[in-house]
Design a protein around this ligand. Structure first.
Ligand SMILES: Nc1ncnc2c1ncn2[C@@H]1O[C@H](COP(=O)(O)OP(=O)(O)OP(=O)(O)O)[C@@H](O)[C@H]1O
Length: 259
């Protein structure tokens, strides 16, 4: 399939014992779109995300990436397929430097094994240079030159998240999944991330799917938004359309009343 769709999710369902966390959810993300998945706590956003990225196996339904069925593929295969992601909880190597963390992201593109390195030193060297060049591009893009040699654990939370974003970019994804990227960030850090996400789409041509609680960033930068509630899709459309949708208002107000 070579239409404008990059990711297609059809009838995705996940049952955990007696709980149906996600019920028959369908949507598609077009090439070059910034698409957000929102909904009150427990709506099924993370479970949907985890099914797309192979962390959780769907009970039923289909996930198609660029026309290829990727349902049931393990998460470590995803970067090679072209799907990169960040995690809700920070997933960086805190004792390693920024550059070392970014190089980890290159792992899925490394072809040289130990024997190759012994017999074909020139090829191994060229490959290493290429990985380092890619990492330099990301350092430049994310404006992290001044912290490149620092251990990631010594950085602020916002900067650690930026490094995690860099590591996902280092896998050269065609689709980038961002899981609650800005939770715990201050306003300035959130605005920086919003700008980077727009640049990732506009300058790098990467399609973005994000799960997000921060309505500011969702409404500011999403092309389309899908709203989940109790595991079901209740609305989809532009930020303006979903924020005026009565079912969406009810879902959020209902949650607020209950809280
Ligand atoms: N591993 C699991 N075992 C049992 N139930 C689960 C599991 N993971 C999620 N659930 C349940 O599935 C439902 C959806 O959870 P999920 O984490 O996908 O929601 P969410 O929209 O991401 O919520 P939040 O915004 O709070 O992160 C919840 O009722 C949750 O308790």
């Amino acid at each position: 399939m070579n239409d404008g769709t990059l990711l297609r999710v059809e009838g995705l369902t996940k049952r955990f014992g007696g709980v149906e966390a996600v019920s028959g959810v369908s949507f598609h993300v077009g090439r070059g779109e910034i698409y957000s998945l929102i909904g009150p706590n427990g709506a099924g956003k993370t479970t949907t995300f985890n099914m797309i990225s192979g962390v959780v196996r769907p009970s039923s339904g289909k996930v198609t990436f660029d026309g290829v069925d990727i349902g049931g593929k393990p998460p470590h295969r995803m970067p090679a397929i072209g799907v990169g992601r960040t995690f809700q909880n920070l997933a960086v190597f805190k004792h390693a430097t920024v550059v070392e963390n970014l190089l980890v992201g290159r792992h899925c593109h490394m072809r040289t094994n130990v024997l190759d390195a012994m017999w074909f030193a020139g090829r191994a060297r060229r490959e290493e240079l290429e990985h380092r060049r890619k990492v330099e591009e990301i350092i430049d893009f994310l404006e992290i030159e001044d912290i490149r040699d620092m251990p990631v654990g010594a950085l602020s939370y916002g900067m650690q998240k930026r490094v995690e974003l860099g590591r996902a970019l280092a896998t050269e994804p065609r689709l980038l999944l961002l899981d609650e990227m800005v939770s715990g960030m201050n306003t300035e850090e959130t605005e920086d991330i919003a700008r980077f996400v727009l640049d990732i789409r506009d300058e790098l041509g990467i399609t973005v799917l994000m799960v997000e609680h921060d309505m500011g960033i969702v409404m500011d930068i999403s092309d389309r938004v899908c709203v989940l509630n109790f595991g079901r899709k209740i609305a989809e459309g532009t930020p303006a359309q979903v924020s005026a949708d009565s079912a969406v208002i009810e879902a959020y107000l209902g949650g607020a009343k209950a809280a």
